[in-house]
Design a binder for this molecule. Structure first.
Ligand SMILES: Cc1cc2nc3c(=O)[nH]c(=O)nc-3n(C[C@H](O)[C@H](O)[C@H](O)COP(=O)(O)OP(=O)(O)OC[C@H]3O[C@@H](n4cnc5c(N)ncnc54)[C@H](O)[C@@H]3O)c2cc1C
Ligand SMILES: NC(=O)c1ccc[n+]([C@@H]2O[C@H](COP(=O)([O-])OP(=O)(O)OC[C@H]3O[C@@H](n4cnc5c(N)ncnc54)[C@H](O)[C@@H]3O)[C@@H](O)[C@H]2O)c1
Length: 477
């Protein structure tokens, strides 16, 4: 421990990113404190990953048990499936309480000091915390900023938290409207449309860009639309923006052309979920005391070692991780960044490699990917002078998926034709979120389709969908 500072490391923000960094800092022998103004565990534990997955798990069961045709195919009949909305909401809340307590205790057990209050930089290696007992000034050899993000509500949209709300409120499942408009077809829009339709709510999905799920690989987005949207009670409005949303009963939504801003339609619905992305929580962080400026959208500029940048150069002893860096707004990315920041603080020099960090939407069935989409791979290939290979394999040819009577879905593998190196993998189908890990590890280790095709996969398992894709790639290679 250094003598000149109160702490070796102070982390602002006890979300998944800050927590991951704190645990690693202890392993590294750093005297560490973490500063949190809101709920311990941040977005993921309290308003994000964890409660949304609990809602998806419960509502997914309802969907499955109400799917008479699917059950009949396996010789099962279930009559009169009912559910209690508030009990489903409680399942999510109880899980949040448990994980929040586990996270808080893990910090205590490891000797990380938790300081409750708003943290702000106060110059180099110095910060203040506005605690309930007054302002504290702390010095630290290194500081990690992990303030996370908050929902983005576009101008013209008014929220009241009851009829027009963001995921912060949707996660509580306070009520089930008959008809809800969901603005945005990204992760939150998709996952909540899965929850709502399973529980009997009609959905209108509004997407500003000219196709649904614009960040997914185009083939996967097409298949996702076929499986997750078309057969369900979901109407889609693509290529229009919600110009204004007025809360009330009904909620009034003015839809407009994104270019001309002219109104093209007016919807009257019972509720509206605004799922149009998230903004970095980087205001009032004291950045000016170290002359650092957030970018135009408020994200903290960082390099791959997670050092904060000032005019392109690392600011000594100042690091930033998680959603506030805008690299990949995912919980596991935030904690991976935290571990890399701490490693660099401890002189174990490392960088984050984003190309092997997977992502998933936990719909039924799930959608997952890692690495490049096909258009992005083609762009890279054109600039570097190699050819891109792609292959698909299908769940309907997989024995385990057939046994489960859930054989919709496909895996798409993208690789370099010259070296066989995997550049991207995209899966939609049963347990896609778990299946993607194998491809993520393959990308991290720069493995080729030839090497991967030699690994033996358990039979019969869903993992054979990727096995089949590797083997097809070798034939085509
Ligand atoms: C509905 C929803 C579902 C999601 N599902 C998934 C999922 O399934 N998988 C996944 O990987 N990701 C998911 N995410 C994204 C995930 O929640 C975030 O990527 C993750 O929480 C980012 O972690 P973080 O540590 O950067 O920030 P946060 O979790 O936002 O934590 C930041 C913390 O810092 C605190 N803070 C901010 N400023 C200060 C300050 N000045 N002083 C003191 N404290 C401060 C905040 O109160 C907050 O607690 C989901 C998000 C949402 C909204
Ligand atoms: N399973 C997961 O990992 C998971 C789940 C939920 C959230 N998250 C994270 O949370 C973040 C936020 O999720 P999100 O779904 O809000 O954002 P997103 O960026 O994934 O999707 C937002 C969508 O809204 C559209 N949009 C924006 N403004 C619009 C407007 N005015 N009218 C109509 N459409 C508009 C965008 O084109 C985009 O398709 C994501 O970046 C994601 O990383 C992850």
């Amino acid at each position: 421990m250094s003598q000149a500072f109160d702490y070796d490391l102070v982390i602002i923000g006890a979300g998944v990113g800050g927590h991951g960094a704190a645990l690693h800092a202890v392993k590294c022998g750093l005297k560490t404190a973490i500063v949190e103004a809101g709920d311990m565990g941040g977005t993921c534990v309290n308003r994000g990953c964890i409660p949304s997955k609990a809602l998806l798990a419960a509502s997914g069961r309802v969907r499955e048990m109400r799917d008479a045709q699917h059950l009949r195919a396996m010789g099962i009949q279930v009559a009169g499936v009912t559910f209690e909305r508030n009990e489903i909401a409680n399942h999510a809340k109880n899980l949040v309480d448990k994980l929040q307590a586990d996270l808080t205790n893990s910090l205590k057990r490891l000797g990380v000091e938790t300081i409750r209050g708003w943290g702000k930089l106060a110059g180099s290696q110095k910060l203040t915390v506005a605690t309930a007992e007054g302002e504290r000034t702390l010095t630290a050899r290194d500081i990690i900023l992990a303030p996370g993000s908050i929902p983005f509500v576009p101008p013209g949209i008014e929220t009241d938290g009851k009829t027009v709300f963001t995921s912060d409120e949707a996660i509580r499942l306070d009520w089930l409207p008959d008809w809800i408009a969901i603005i945005g077809s990204g992760y939150i829009g998709l996952e909540f449309s899965d929850v709502y339709t399973a529980l009997g709510t009609e959905v209108t999905m509004i997407e500003a860009l000219d196709r649904l799920m614009p960040t997914f690989d185009p083939d996967i987005a097409k298949q996702a639309e076929r499986v997750l949207i078309q057969p369900r009670d979901i109407e889609t409005r693509v290529g229009v923006i919600a110009k204004s949303v007025t809360p009330g009963s009904p909620v009034v939504i003015e839809l407009a052309d994104p270019k001309t801003k002219e109104t093209v339609d007016v919807l009257e619905v019972d509720a509206c979920l605004v799922a149009t992305g998230r903004l970095p929580a980087t205001r009032n962080l004291g950045l000016e005391t170290v002359a650092v400026e957030a970018d135009r959208r408020g994200f903290l500029p960082v390099n791959d070692q997670m050092a904060v940048l000032l005019e392109g150069e690392p600011v000594p002893h100042l690091w930033a991780i998680g959603d506030a860096t805008g690299k990949m707004m995912l919980a596991h990315a935030a904690s991976a960044q935290g571990v890399v920041a701490v490693d660099n603080i401890c002189q174990h020099h490392r960088s984050v490699s984003y190309s092997s960090i997977p992502a998933a939407a936990f719909t039924h069935p799930e959608v997952s990917f890692v690495g490049l989409t096909e258009p992005a791979a083609q762009e890279l290939a054109a600039s570097q002078g190699f050819k891109v290979g792609t292959v698909r394999s299908y769940f309907k040819a997989n024995s385990k998926a057939l046994a489960e009577a859930e054989s919709e879905g496909l895996a798409k593998l993208i690789y370099r034709e010259d070296t066989g190196e995997v550049l991207g993998a995209h899966i939609i189908g049963l347990h896609a979120a778990d299946l993607i890990q194998e491809a993520a590890n393959a990308i991290a280790q720069k493995q080729s389709v030839e090497q991967l095709a030699q690994f033996v996969h358990t039979h019969p398992t869903l993992s054979e969908v990727l096995d089949e894709a590797y083997k097809r790639a070798v034939v085509h290679h």
